[in-house]
Design a protein around this ligand. Structure first.
Ligand code: SF4
Length: 361
């Protein structure tokens, strides 16, 4: 098939094989790939609405026993710079976010074996009681796996306990590139790709909405990026439990792994191929935290229909060298100046027009 026909197939929703995905990703001119992804995005969502969620990320502990080489955030156990927030500290951050209209919080941290499941249950119960309008979209597959080891429980049992305490949704963090060769090189102590997928499957079978991420730009090949998309697409075929795919690139400045930072063109190419390859994912999110808000704006022309969250507070990526942050107003103005309509959504992608900035401020 010619490249032009392949682009046409992808733009009109045809399922790409692995080889076709690799070929498009490697050979298609960037703007043609972007145009195909943009076509696909408008076929799925004919309006110019772009959603975003008002949220915050609270990194409750930096103590972690996984020691990923791309991570500048964690401290090993007993390290003098290790911290774990008290419940009151977390709650004060939730209050700060809720006062600014947040409907979602992402409580995430290292895999800290000192923290037991009761700590999370008590915290989530408190958040639920004190902030009933805030959804707990929190933890990661790695943290669920860590808890299952500490407690001697299955991941499903951990998830059930946390759901009963108020956990509503599981973020797709910690996937990096779900290829064993890559995991061994950059996060050898982390769970294996099939275990990551297994815990996601468990969460989705319990009825929990989840997202999926890809951290690209470390040591993986372009083919391995498509392999990552492929395993995500396979699980989504089985469960339909992913709401969105969120590719973001690794920031190498202060991490043990180091390396070259990805470029804006790399980012746009990944977005476009993600929109085209992941034909069963409802949403593609512009993760502007590493490439910056202006790249986030361009992402809206490369297949993205969602700007992610306001991320009022975040440390994992910022400690690796990213310096991007946004107010709601900035985020909305970028969307508007790109010719789109910003719309507030919640964790479940319900539109919340009553939370428009003009009436909220
Ligand atoms: S990325 Fe997460 S799991 Fe890996 S070392 Fe950092 S905090 Fe720990």
């Amino acid at each position: 098939m010619s490249l032009a026909n392949l682009l046409d197939k992808a733009a009109t929703g045809g399922r790409l094989s692995f080889d076709e995905g690799v070929r498009l990703y490697k050979d298609a001119p960037l703007h043609e790939l972007g145009a195909a992804a943009n076509h696909r995005r408008f076929a799925m969502y004919p309006t110019r609405d772009v959603t975003y969620v008002i949220d915050t990320t609270i990194n409750y502990t930096n103590v972690c026993n996984v020691h990923c080489t791309f991570c500048a955030f964690f401290r090993p156990e007993k390290h003098g710079e290790g911290y774990t927030m008290s419940h009151d500290e977390v709650i004060s951050r939730v209050k700060f976010a809720a006062d600014q209209g947040a409907t979602q919080i992402m409580i995430q941290g290292g895999v800290n074996p000192e923290i037991r499941i009761e700590w999370f249950e008590a915290l989530f119960n408190r958040v639920r009681a004190e902030f009933p309008n805030v959804d707990i979209h929190s933890l990661s597959v790695s943290e669920i796996n860590g808890l299952s080891k500490v407690e001697g429980m299955t991941p499903t049992a951990v998830l059930e306990r946390l759901m009963a305490a108020g956990l509503k949704s599981l973020p797709g963090a910690g996937a990096e590139i779900l290829v064993e060769r890559v995991r061994k090189r950059i996060s050898a102590r982390k769970i294996k790709p099939d275990e990551w997928l297994g815990i996601m499957r468990d969460a989705q079978k319990l009825g929990m909405p989840t997202t999926a991420t890809m951290m690209f730009g470390s040591i993986e090949t372009l083919e391995e990026r498509i392999e990552h998309l492929n395993v995500m697409r396979e699980l989504q075929d089985e469960t339909h439990g992913f709401t969105a795919f969120i590719p973001w690139y690794y920031v190498p400045f202060k991490t043990p792994l180091r390396g070259q930072e990805s470029t804006g063109l790399d980012y746009l190419r990944v977005l476009a191929i993600s929109r085209l390859y992941l034909d069963n994912f409802p949403h593609l999110q512009a993760s502007w935290l590493t490439p910056g808000l202006k790249m986030g704006q361009l992402a809206l022309f490369y297949g993205c229909d969602d700007m992610g969250g306001t991320i009022l507070e975040e440390r994992v990526v910022t400690l690796a060298g990213s310096t991007n942050e946004a107010t709601r107003k900035q985020l909305e103005q970028l969307v508007i100046s790109a010719g789109f309509n910003p719309i507030v959504r919640d964790t479940y992608w319900n539109l919340r027009p009553e939370m428009a900035l003009a009436t909220a401020s």
